[in-house]
Design a protein around this ligand. Structure first.
Ligand code: GDP
Length: 397
């Protein structure tokens, strides 16, 4: 059996040429028109320490004032991380994007920084659970309001050193639940050499700590992705202001020594990240969320009520839980395989017995027939001899 083809896959379809047109080439247009009518949901979560430029970045990305950044300032005495989802509808060429930006102000602001992850993970889990509940009651997936996080942009401080302990812990846990894209914030504070060294150090740290980030850790056959992957982890500069560069007004930040441009690939990787998010992987992010992250969460829910709710315990308890689940599945598979093997052996034995009995019956029948044949042969011989002696007597007379 070809291991590449799953057992459920059929043989490749036969290629045929149609004698006349059926109009099925209109299928992509039908899908396009349908997709155009349905708003496309995209839920983005931004995580990172306060002041790293998360709000400014989102405004820069969508070139719209998504939030009044001044109002989002986090009070210094924040007791917990605030989760603030805000929805927007953006339209481009008849296509509506239902964008939800989930900000997490207060992350990393307190002494016990690890505890900051709990509300974030609880929020992510709650969206999966809500979807799961809706799925149980609604027949059509399209009718479900999807609030699951499709991508989490994780902002790293432009320290130029290695990843901080908090970042490693957060990235590990978050990437096991959602698509995570780490970005180096405020890249205008780093020289070209510092950026290259920092990027290399981050990539190494991600690999050492087995952190699965998007899109590198997932299999995707998206056109143009290989080129974009070269710029990971992306450096970003956020600005909603326009600055004059030669005779043009562009988005950037102005300094006494000159200006930095957000969309200049020599200054940062903003355009590559935007291309990845909006032009290449928008659909893939939503699909991967549903088919990978949500299904992993759902199978956890279905595996038992004792599944750890908070992923703060992910590192050890979640691993143990997954190990146990794997062992159970393995044991179940082994016992089923053994039962099937025994069933097969029994069937072979039964068939052998039946065949043996049939063979014996045939043998007995053959012997009876042979005996009858022998008797007939003998009788013919006797008759022949009698006939010959009669002939002899007649000739003597
Ligand atoms: P948040 O707390 O992470 O949402 O950060 P904000 O978006 O509110 O930004 C905090 C401050 O950093 C503001 O004064 C921004 O103008 C500034 N800022 C945002 N992005 C950048 C950047 O790329 N470079 C520099 N130098 N400053 C930035």
């Amino acid at each position: 059996r070809n291991p590449d083809l799953g057992p459920w896959k059929t043989a490749p379809a036969r290629q045929m040429t149609l004698n006349r047109e059926f109009g099925m080439d209109a299928l992509p247009r039908q899908l396009y028109n349908k997709a155009k009518k349905t708003p496309f949901p995209l839920n983005i979560m931004v995580v990172g320490e306060t002041g790293l430029g998360k709000s400014t970045f989102m405004n820069t990305l969508f070139q719209a004032d998504l939030k009044d950044t001044t109002e989002l300032k986090v009070p210094q005495d924040t007791k917990t991380v605030e989760i603030t989802p805000v929805s927007y509808e953006l339209e481009e060429d008849g296509v509506t994007l239902k964008l939800c930006v989930v900000d997490t102000p207060g992350f990393g602001d307190r002494v016990n920084r690890a505890a900051d992850l709990e509300p974030i993970l609880a929020y992510i889990d709650a969206q999966y659970n809500a979807y799961h509940e809706a799925e149980k009651s609604k027949a059509f997936r399209a009718a479900i309001c999807d609030t699951r996080i499709h991508v989490c942009i994780y902002f790293l401080a432009p320290t130029g050193h290695r990843l901080k302990e908090l970042d490693i812990a957060a990235l590990r846990v978050l990437s096991s639940k959602v698509n995570v894209i780490p970005v180096i914030a405020k890249a205008d504070g780093l020289t070209a050499q510092e950026k290259a060294t920092f990027k290399k150090a981050i990539s190494e740290d991600l690999e050492i700590n087995e952190i699965t980030t998007y899109p590198t850790s997932f299999e995707n056959d998206i056109e143009g992705l290989e080129e974009l992957k070269q710029h990971i982890p992306f450096t970003v500069i956020g600005s909603t202001d326009l600055v004059q560069v030669k005779d043009k007004m562009v988005r950037g930040r102005e300094y006494r020594w000159g200006s930095v441009e957000v969309e200049n690939p020599l200054h940062c990787d903003f355009i590559y990240l935007r291309e990845l998010l909006m032009a290449h992987c928008l659909h893939d992010l939503v699909q991967l969320t549903h088919h990978h992250h949500y299904h992993t969460h759902r199978s956890g829910l279905l595996c038992g009520p004792d599944r750890p709710a908070s992923l703060l315990i992910c590192d050890e308890e979640y691993d143990t839980f997954m190990e146990d689940a794997k062992t159970n599945v393995f044991q179940d598979m082994t016992s089923r395989e053994e039962a099937m093997r025994q069933q097969f052996v029994q069937r072979v034995r039964d068939t052998e017995q039946t065949l043996k009995k049939r063979e014996e019956a045939l043998q007995q029948k053959r012997e009876v027939l042979m005996k009858e044949l022998e008797d007939q042969r003998r009788q013919i011989e006797i008759a022949e001899r009698e006939f010959q002696s009669m002939q002899l007597q007649t000739s003597v007379r």
